[in-house]
Ligand binder design. Structure first.
Ligand code: ZN
Length: 127
């Protein structure tokens, strides 16, 4: 199945990832970019949400290093993606404490046992 075949929003989102793309929704009612995928627009309540593919480019809005007892810290970020939505992810390729608010980042899909997971890398280091 391709993402365009429809179905529950989380299923469509997963198929986008499996096809190597970050999908999000755009509300036909008010124009809001909608992420995480859902059935109704959280801004205006419209159910008329159309899928689009993100460029994967964004800016770090917030970052936190999470420290672990016996391992390197990892980070959790909120990224403002250029199409106008914000998503929680992590930045790879730099030490967790050195991710800066305002840094430009690019999407990378990491393959895991649970399928592709969207993470970000500093701009210029993506595929
Ligand atoms: Zn809307």
């Amino acid at each position: 199945m391709s993402p365009e075949d429809g179905g529950p929003p989380v299923e469509v989102y997963r198929r986008y990832l499996e096809s190597g793309r970050l999908g999000f929704q755009r509300c036909a009612g008010c124009g809001a970019a909608v992420f995480y995928p859902r059935v109704l627009c959280p801004v205006c309540g419209s159910s008329d949400l159309a899928w689009e593919t993100s460029s994967g480019r964004g800016v770090v809005y917030a970052t936190t290093a999470v420290y672990r007892r016996e391992d390197d810290p990892y980070n959790v970020v909120l990224v403002d993606v250029e199409e106008g939505f914000r998503m929680m992810s992590r930045v790879e390729g730099v030490p967790a404490e050195e991710v800066e608010v305002g840094a430009r980042v690019t999407l990378r899909l990491d393959l895991t046992d649970d399928g592709p997971v969207p993470v970000f890398v500093p701009e210029g280091e993506g595929p």
